[in-house]
Design a protein around this ligand. Sequence first.
Ligand SMILES: NC(=O)c1ccc[n+]([C@@H]2O[C@H](COP(=O)([O-])OP(=O)(O)OC[C@H]3O[C@@H](n4cnc5c(N)ncnc54)[C@H](OP(=O)(O)O)[C@@H]3O)[C@@H](O)[C@H]2O)c1
Length: 364
Amino acid sequence: MTTSRKTPILLTGATGYIGGAVLAHLLNHPNASNFEICTIVRNSAKASALRSKFGVNVVEGTFQDLDKVESLAEKSHVIFHLADADDESFMKAILAGMRKRHVTLGDLPVLIHTASSGTGVIVDDARGAFASETIYNDNDVTQMKSIPDTAFHRNVDLLVFNADTEGYIRGNIVAPSTVYGIAKNALVNAGVANDHSIQIPILVRASLARGRAGVVGEGKAIWPDVHIDDLAGLYISIFNAIVNKPDTTGHGFEGFYFGENGEHSWMSISCAIGDAMVALGYTSDASPSPFSTEELIKYFGSEAAGLYSGTNARCRADRGRALGWKPKYTTLDMLKSVRDEVEHYGELMKGGKLDFKFEPAAGK
Ligand SMILES: NC(=O)c1ccc[n+]([C@@H]2O[C@H](COP(=O)([O-])OP(=O)(O)OC[C@H]3O[C@@H](n4cnc5c(N)ncnc54)[C@H](OP(=O)(O)O)[C@@H]3O)[C@@H](O)[C@H]2O)c1
């Protein structure tokens, strides 16, 4: 039990792209002096920097150290779960700690969990062939409940919904879409946090490696997008609403938030990659061509993972907006941001450092 009067907050994924951005926002929060933030980090140098430069408590460890995770969760009133979030054991350890806290202190701890698949929970199998007309709205609880239990990484989200229903946590889930933009914040500047996202970078790397912008099928399918700073702002809006208006802020299925501020076709991203590749001298042909099956396996890890970049996942983030969340970056900003990614990964390619790390979030 903590004797501190500050709000004990656990944040997982502090060194990550989303986690670093959210932590940067929390450190700049008007009430930051009332927060006692703790993280679990596996890299010693980054742990030291978090302590010395940002005054953040750090427990060194991995997400496989389940005893540590459970104990940290028990000490926390609020948990921002922003790390690789597709691990059931990890989530069960967090929930076990929260349950103990509830039983021993009578506290109702708050979990703001990141759906590992993000809007991948609502994908179809379009393979780039069509734009779906089905649009999910996070304010439509019936529609949210209709997402099958077998959806991508839904098993972990269900643990959160169930714990909320049992009543020992106040559970919330954020499902980000295509998060974009090279993150710029104090944690990135200090070399602590990752500044690159997943979906657009993987398309950029594959396109550079094959010497021409690639696309899955005809690129007609549609996904939503959200800038990394706007997404971080959504987590803070949810947190503020829970703290300031607990009685009127929903939880469980009424605490499920998509993160989007616009949508794009996959072809539009591939065209932006092609334009940037021409402008930067990587090809003379800006027009995207379809990835072959061999290329999907080579650049995305498997054909299924590659085809993920040809799915539809259309949705509206009305619940977050109703809390007062005001995202400011648009899909046009997303398309403009592609050139920075091509420039970055192009430099890595020139240095022989273009790697293909296959991310679970990319549909593996
Ligand atoms: N980025 C997107 O567009 C997007 C969209 C939808 C959903 N998501 C989901 O959001 C979550 C975070 O994504 P992200 O883009 O921020 O990823 P990221 O930059 O790769 O960050 C992952 C974080 O998890 C930590 N981590 C992973 N495995 C660990 C382990 N075994 N022990 C200790 N720390 C571990 C990493 O630590 P290290 O720094 O030590 O590696 C890092 O802090 C993921 O579940 C992702 O699937 C992301």
